[in-house]
Design a protein around this ligand. Structure first.
Ligand SMILES: [Zn+2]
Length: 112
């Protein structure tokens, strides 16, 4: 009895192929050139958390809203990302139990 566990397929948010250098920061926005998400067929397998699009940076109090593919990736695999962007600070900061973000209107940490 052996089952090969395959890495789930990933793409960029628009469904395109991941390219080297997608993590480079756009100096204007402070955001990466591209963000990796779980591929559409992976997200279609179901969510373990609600799909939430807006989170709050506890340090500055700013809400940031992300695109649907990113929100669904968090809902499918809450530990997928190690950090996320704050549009108030214009930078990325950690998520998770020790992270700096909660889902808007909750005390629930992003990435948990
Ligand atoms: Zn902030």
């Amino acid at each position: 009895m052996s089952e090969i566990e395959r890495e789930p397929r990933k793409t960029l948010t628009d469904g395109s192929e991941i390219y080297p250098g997608h993590r480079e920061i756009d100096p204007k926005s402070g955001q990466q050139k591209g963000y990796v998400v779980l591929a559409e067929e992976e997200r279609a397998k179901g969510f373990v958390r609600p799909v939430r699009r807006t989170y709050t940076h506890m340090v500055c109090g700013t809400d940031t809203t992300m695109g649907q593919a990113l929100a669904e990736t968090y809902a499918r695999d809450p530990h997928f990302y190690s950090g996320t962007f704050c549009c108030g600070c214009g930078k990325h900061f950690p998520v998770g139990d020790d992270g700096e973000f909660v889902w808007q209107g909750t005390n629930e940490k992003v990435g948990t």
